[in-house]
Design a protein around this ligand. Structure first.
Ligand SMILES: N[C@@H](CCC(=O)N[C@@H](CS)C(=O)NCC(=O)O)C(=O)O
Length: 244
């Protein structure tokens, strides 16, 4: 969104390695919670939750909001955003799932989320690529999730069926091609999320492992592609993952 507004420099990004204990100064600012991102304003106030931060920055950075100004379109945009929590939960639930017998249920849950998006997009703008004419607020919200869910392409061979998902597939493709969405790539996601695929969120480690696949050093570019296998052993070692 900052790139769209030509305001990429307006926010300082301090990246936090969530596999390590938090700096006490950060914990104090966060009043005890650990989940990121958080936005610190110049006067020290803290905002949490990515969508709340996004809305705040939309209203305060640059000359104009990127949300739909027309009330009817704004309502349609809001109705698409309502799919986000279920979509996010379905994707993360599927990558973390370690029970092969439940794989089909997780896949169906994610497809149901995609189906909901497909229906709304078809109702609102059946022939377009984006929700409206161009990349906007709804695309800002969903594009990072489409990118994050590359972990399902890699570890779950998850692909949307050809039939019944054409409109959302077109939206997803258009979002992923947008110039301002080229800040992460498939290889990075696949490498960082190996441990998520083994059921371990935010820095958890399997026995015998010392370094989480989510660490910044060694940099993901220096590491090999992880094995695509999930659902039990054999597990890759730190060495196999290029983490030593
Ligand atoms: N709903 C929250 C989710 C935040 C969240 O789960 N953050 C994860 C990284 S994706 C995190 O910081 N985990 C480390 C922790 O909770 O300590 C948001 O959108 O901001």
């Amino acid at each position: 969104m900052l790139a769209m507004k030509g305001m990429a420099e307006a926010v300082d990004f301090n990246v936090v390695d969530i596999t390590k204990p938090r700096d006490p100064a950060l914990l104090a600012k966060m009043k005890g919670t650990t989940a990121l991102p958080a936005l610190e304003l110049p006067d020290g106030r803290i905002l949490k939750e990515s969508l709340i931060i996004l809305e705040y920055l939309d209203l305060t950075i640059g000359t104009a909001s990127i949300r739909q100004p027309d009330p009817w379109r704004r309502a349609l945009e809001a109705s698409l955003l309502r799919h986000e929590p279920a979509f996010t939960a379905a994707g993360y639930g599927m990558i973390l799932n370690q029970d092969r017998d439940k794989r089909a249920d997780f896949s169906e849950r994610l497809m149901a989320a995609y189906r909901g998006l497909d229906q709304d997009l078809n109702d609102i703008n059946p022939s377009g690529d984006f929700l409206f004419e161009s990349f906007g607020f709804a695309e800002v919200v969903f594009t990072p999730l489409f990118q994050r869910f590359w972990f399902l392409d890699y570890y779950e061979d998850f692909i949307l069926p050809d039939r019944g998902f054409g409109r959302v597939q077109r939206w997803k493709d258009a979002c992923l091609k947008a110039p301002m969405a080229q800040q992460v790539c498939f290889e990075e996601i696949a490498k960082l999320y190996y441990d998520y695929a083994q059921g371990l969120g935010t820095g958890g480690l399997l026995p015998g492992r010392k370094v989480s696949s989510l660490v910044f050093e060694p940099n993901w570019q220096t590491r090999p592609m992880p094995p695509r296998h999930k659902y039990g052993p054999p597990y890759a070692s730190d060495e196999d993952l290029g983490l030593l």
